[in-house]
Write a protein that binds this ligand. Structure first.
Ligand code: TYM
Length: 335
């Protein structure tokens, strides 16, 4: 009998019509490759999207589009369990349990909350935004994964997840697997094209290339990417973050190591180099955009896969909630 594969879980928010290449090259490439070796659970985290102002007329379509984009980049529902978070009440159930063992001070130290709440203003920041990392911990611990493939910005949330799992286990008895964070080499923090001191994010439409951008938009964004006053390309992330970021993107788009890509482009003029990056991105993104569009033309087929995903996920998640409730000593519903 073959040994059971190790479990992986990760999630992505359906906050926009399209993922960007920070999501793709910084996190989702690992989701795709792990399918060969691991038992993978991937989740479109629509409940997390409610923590910032969301548009009720758009979230349904965005959740479907997110699901389709995952399939288009190579997530295979015959190998992996792909599902929508809100379809499983277990996520909210475990989140409540975990919130009861999270310190208020501990939650207050999460830097993503501090950044986002500063932007939103204290009065407009919700309790949901504050407890976001606890729901994320529930997403993870429900499935008992050993690894969580994410971008670098998720490290602190993963540390909290590990702390909560250890705390629950030592207080109430062994219940949760303690998961490790897994990041890609080189591109775990893809930078904004207009401000290469910040990470690429969906809130910066000109600084991010989206998977659903047209070829013309992709070329325009790369050509107007902020670099520096040198003329020739060299790889130095500390003093030339804009150029180093573009080298990272070229490496990811062509499936090449960053060092080899850097050797290949060192000494080129910026104009020629940017054209090469833009061409490589167009060649990589265009098929994904086309595949997403054709998947979205058959929503019934997508819905079928979403239903199967929820059923498979529930088999694992319901077990974990039952175990956690029993460890907590809650009275089981009389049959
Ligand atoms: P989200 O939707 O904001 O991002 C999805 C993934 O993309 C990564 N990422 C990046 N990686 C490198 N460079 C960037 N510029 C960049 N921008 C985004 C993120 O690190 C993430 O891996 N909190 C999660 C969603 C979540 C989750 C989970 C993740 C909810 N539950 C359980 C893992 C496990 C988030 O920020 O997603």
């Amino acid at each position: 009998m073959s040994a059971r594969k190790e479990r992986v879980l990760s999630g992505i928010q359906p906050t926009m019509d399209s993922f960007h290449i920070g999501n793709w090259f910084g996190a989702l490439t690992q989701w795709v490759s792990l399918q060969q070796t691991h038992d993978c659970f991937y989740c479109v985290v629509d409940l997390h999207a409610l923590t910032v102002n969301h548009d009720p007329t758009k979230i349904k379509a965005r959740t479907l589009a997110s699901f389709a984009q995952l399939l288009a980049i190579g997530i295979d529902t015959s190998k992996s369990t792909v599902f929508v978070q809100s379809h499983l009440a277990e996520h909210s159930q475990l989140a409540w349990v975990l919130s009861c063992i999270t310190g208020y001070g501990e939650a207050s130290r999460m830097t993503q909350f501090k950044d986002k709440s500063q932007k939103e203003g204290a009065d407009r920041s919700t309790v949901g935004l504050f407890t976001y990392p606890i729901l994320q911990a529930a997403d993870i611990l429900l499935y008992q994964p050993t690894k969580v493939p994410v971008g670098d910005d998720q490290r602190q949330h993963l540390e909290l997840t590990r702390d909560l799992a250890q705390r629950f286990n030592s207080t109430y008895g062994e219940t949760f697997t303690i998961p490790d964070t897994m990041t890609v080499v080189g591109n775990s923090r893809v930078l904004d094209l207009q401000d290469p001191t910040s990470k690429m994010s969906k809130s910066s439409p000109v600084g991010a290339v989206f998977l659903m951008d047209t070829n013309e938009q992709i070329v325009k964004k790369i050509k107007s990417a902020v670099t520096d006053s040198d003329r020739a390309v060299s790889f130095d992330p500390a003093t030339k973050p804009g150029i180093a970021n573009l080298i990272g993107l070229l490496a990811a788009a062509t499936d090449t190591q960053i060092e080899a890509t850097a050797d290949q482009v060192t000494g080129k003029g910026y104009g020629e180099f940017k054209q090469q990056v833009a061409d490589a991105l167009v060649a990589r993104i265009e098929p994904v955009r086309n595949a997403t569009e054709s998947l979205l033309k058959d929503p019934a087929h997508l819905q079928e896969q979403i239903k199967t995903g929820a059923e498979k996920a529930r088999e694992v998640a319901s077990q974990t909630v039952a175990t956690a409730y029993s460890r907590l000593g809650l009275l089981t519903e009389p049959s």
